[in-house]
Design a protein around this ligand. Structure first.
Ligand code: ADP
Length: 401
């Protein structure tokens, strides 16, 4: 069974084709700059030379057509016929309260997804567009939706409700949804597998630290709390997003700086976090690390705020689960920043966390257990693989229908 995974963004389409017999990756690629000058396709067939094509890509339909052409190409393609693709799995950011798992996309599902646009106005529209285009170009192939929010639908009411008038939850479904669910689920499962333990008996904290970051408490295989909430802004400081702030700041700043709603939103989502705290050094962790090493205080204070936030969340979620067995670091920063892992873990010995610096130092982008054998909590670095998780869910739905 071959599964195509599509992650359709506003100006890009990422794709992977898996052979589910052994979960091997046959090809992956990226369509970039859709609708912008300089659009291109980068196609990477496994074990062969990559293929790059610069071509006008005015819309998503043209983008998906190019992906299909690349997969079928005589020279750099990986399949002979389009019918070899059993199903397409789509990453969809918001599944609201309706979807606690992946689903076969039907007309009804499409209607519901359209309703969720107001919950994820930046992400859901291009996700939906990707599904529509695939339905048009591959009309006989089942399309499956895999939601970033689904894994967090197990979060109990006391953790998903905010202290606002309850009527806003009833009227607008304002609550904690959480994101990066596919990644948290994958790394939690993989950590249990690596440790040879039953996930149902584990208390795990997964730290997905990338441009966007979230921490999740996974108890007995289920998400019970996560740091992102209604929008994609709460929790830790991120590349350009502010993380947790006192809501009182918002009207205060709006008044002081005469900001309208859009300007305020722009500050919270695009001008804060690493970028804002460092006064413009960068939204990229690599730059901050480099500058901090060179003695730049603005970079160092930004990292200090991030490290402290991480420690607070790990402490809070350990309390929420009444214990901790496994701590996992993943995504761009989690996988590639040994100093962050070291700094955060060395102050958590109270919880029984001890990492082996020889295993941690220099470890980038590779799966490893980095705790000492006597550490009460196992600490792991697990490269995230959301695409494989989407392919697995897609295959499972096809097998069961
Ligand atoms: P996204 O949320 O866009 O998927 P990623 O998971 O790719 O983001 O993470 C991007 C972040 O990972 C950036 O802050 C980047 O600096 C950081 N990162 C990537 N490689 C490294 C590295 N070698 N060292 C430190 N940070 C890294």
């Amino acid at each position: 069974m071959k599964i195509l995974v599509v992650n359709s963004g506003s100006s890009s389409i990422k794709y992977c084709l898996f052979d589910m017999a052994d979960e091997s990756l046959l090809a992956k690629g990226l369509v970039e700059r859709i609708g912008i000058r300089g659009s291109l396709l980068n196609h990477y067939p496994a074990g062969r030379d990559p293929f790059k094509k610069e071509i006008s890509i005015p819309d998503h339909r043209k983008g998906i057509e190019l992906v299909i052409d690349a997969l079928l190409n005589n020279e750099y393609g990986v399949i002979k016929d389009i019918t070899e693709i059993t199903a397409v799995g789509h990453r969809v950011v918001h599944g609201g309260e309706k979807y606690s798992g992946s689903v076969l996309i039907t007309e009804d599902v499409m209607k519901t997804l359209n309703k969720f646009i107001e919950l994820a106005p930046l992400h859901n529209p291009p996700n939906i567009l990707g599904i529509k285009v695939c339905q048009e170009l591959l009309p006989d192939t089942p399309q499956i939706g895999v939601f970033d929010t689904a894994f967090h639908q197990t979060i109990p009411e006391h953790a998903f409700l905010y202290g606002l008038p309850y009527t806003y939850y009833e009227k607008y479904r304002i609550r904690r949804y959480g994101f990066h669910g596919t990644s948290h689920k994958y790394v939690a499962q993989r950590a249990a597998e690596v440790l040879g333990k039953d996930i149902k008996k584990l208390k795990i904290i997964t730290c997905h630290l990338g441009n966007g970051s979230s921490i999740t408490a996974v108890k007995e295989g289920k998400s019970i709390d996560t740091s992102l909430g209604f929008g994609t802004i709460s929790g830790l400081i991120m590349g350009t997003r502010c993380g947790d702030i006192d809501p009182a700041i918002i009207p205060y700043l709006m008044e002081k700086e005469s900001l309208n709603f859009e300007e305020m939103n722009n500050i919270l989502y695009r001008k804060s976090g690493f970028m804002g705290l460092s006064e413009g050094i960068s939204s990229d962790m690599r730059d901050l690390e480099e500058q901090a090493l060179a003695g730049n205080q603005r970079a160092q204070r930004t990292l200090n705020v991030l490290f402290y936030g991480l420690k607070k969340y790990i402490g809070a979620y350990t309390a929420a689960m009444n214990g901790l067995d496994v701590l996992v670091f993943t995504a761009g920063i989690g996988e590639n920043a040994p100093q962050l892992r070291k700094t955060v873990c060395q102050d958590l010995s109270f919880f029984g966390i001890n990492i082996d610096n020889t295993k941690n130092d220099g470890l980038r982008g590779k799966e490893a257990v980095i705790s000492t054998p006597d550490s009460r909590v196992a600490v792991l670095v697990i490269p995230t693989y959301e695409e494989l998780m989407i392919a697995r869910d897609t295959a499972e739905i096809c097998n069961n229908s």
